[in-house]
Write a protein that binds this ligand. Structure first.
Ligand code: ZN
Length: 423
């Protein structure tokens, strides 16, 4: 096939059109699946007010923890940006893996390993700092050996997933001129596949899961799920207490791998509060939030693959490589993936906060117990030392859930709307 300039320009034009169309599809899917209103029309406005439900000491503790963790948090973010920029805009990545020898696929995988290791070493001290703060505040129950083990396991999983992705891109670019088409399809498939197998392949690497033992709590939770019309035949308990004192529950997977998990730390809470937490998770299951999120994530990954094709031409000279089929392009690919993750984060948070508010509304509809909902939110916020009033930057960058005062305010609005005594 001739590789003349006009042909290249046509390829880029085609990819640009596909990118625009896919971008429009992503926006449409996100707009359509995001529940922009959690409560019914006409719900009263209740302003969030931390001082109404939290003592001055609790608020001060939350602020102190937030202030202490902000610095390592922002430094870590800064290092991530710096490292990605180094990989994208300088020949650093090509040089860091240029000494590797062997067949192209081996150099590609080793390149991913080398660059992940460098990133891990750079960020390690900040991780130690952050973990020290968690221990100071009584949130971590880990020793350094298990903490380091967790971190290495995370990095290992990261290397495996990244290797599959980068290998596919490099292999396709070596064979196909329009490699962005199979790469986009592959990125979508990999994202959906990873989300599907995540609960059965990756979660057990970090935690042991057991069926909640028979008893009144389990019976009540399963009965509540049945009443809700959500098929659930088991509730799993994760041994989170070996790592944290924080309280949590979540839904992961979809279809055959969907599961509802509660932290063992949560089991000490009063039964009605645990029911409320699970009612929230049932909301996620009922509205297929994991599947919707996976769909948007997969489309975003496909978008990223096409963007990579388009940006490569502009960046390759700076990055010191000529073809994306060159294993030394690994750094540029990883750098762009890192930047893509940072850029998409705020959008994901906007969607997530609305999805979480809908799950809260679902929990209230199902249990009709706003007073217990408020009690549960207070327990979560004080035990997990949640940020009770995140500032604008934190809100945009990190906040995936409405703040506890916001969630409590919504419970009061729900109570007013439904004629239930306001807690
Ligand atoms: Zn949730």
């Amino acid at each position: 096939m001739p590789r003349d300039g006009a042909g290249d320009a046509r390829l880029r034009r085609q990819a640009a059109v596909a990118l625009g169309l896919l971008g429009a599809v992503i926006l449409a899917v996100a707009a359509f699946t995001t529940p922009w209103r959690a409560l019914a029309e006409g719900a009263p406005d209740v302003a969030p007010d931390p001082s109404r439900d939290f003592s001055a000491a609790q608020i001060a503790r939350s602020q102190a923890f937030d202030a202490a963790t902000s610095l390592p948090g922002y430094l870590s973010l800064g290092l991530t940006v710096l490292f990605a920029a180094l990989l994208v805009a300088t020949p650093f990545g090509a040089r860091a893996v240029g000494w590797l020898r062997g067949p192209w696929w081996a150099r590609t995988v080793l390149g991913v390993l080398v660059l992940t290791a460098i990133a891990e070493v750079i960020r390690w001290p900040l991780g130690v700092w952050f973990e020290t703060l968690l221990r100071d505040y009584g949130l971590s129950t880990q020793n350094w050996a298990s903490w380091a083990g967790d971190r290495l396991k995370s990095a290992g999983i990261n290397v495996v997933l990244m290797s599959v992705m980068v290998l596919a891109i490099v292999a396709l670019a070596r064979k196909v001129r329009r490699w962005w088409i199979p790469a986009a399809a592959g990125a979508f498939a990999l994202t959906v596949g990873a989300s599907f197998v995540y609960p059965v392949v990756f979660e057990p690497v970090f935690n042991d899961f057991t069926s909640m033992r028979a008893g009144a709590l389990r019976a009540n939770l399963l009965a509540m799920a049945q009443r809700d019309g959500v098929p659930v035949d088991d509730v799993l308990v994760a041994d989170a207490s070996r790592r944290t004192t924080a309280l949590n529950a979540y839904v992961s997977g979809f279809g055959a791998t969907r599961r509802i998990v509660v932290y063992d730390t949560l089991l000490k809470a009063p039964q009605r509060e645990i029911e409320l937490v699970v009612a929230h998770e049932l909301g996620h299951a009922k509205y297929r939030d994991v599947l919707n999120g996976t769909l948007i994530g997969g489309l975003g990954a496909a978008f990223g693959a096409i963007l990579l094709f388009l940006l490569f031409g502009a960046l390759r000279r700076r990055a010191g490589i000529t073809s994306i089929g060159d294993p030394r392009a690994v750094g540029l690919i990883i750098g762009l993936l890192g930047l893509a993750g940072l850029v998409s984060g705020p959008g994901e948070n906007v969607i997530s906060r609305h999805v979480e508010a809908r799950a809260d509304a679902h929990a209230l509809d199902l249990t009709r117990d706003p007073a217990m909902f408020v009690a549960m939110q207070k327990r979560l916020a004080t035990t997990n030392i949640s940020d009770l009033s995140p500032d604008a930057v934190e809100y945009v960058l990190y906040v995936s859930h409405p703040s506890s005062p916001e969630r409590i305010a919504m419970a009061r609005a729900w109570a007013k709307l439904n004629g239930v005594p306001e807690p």
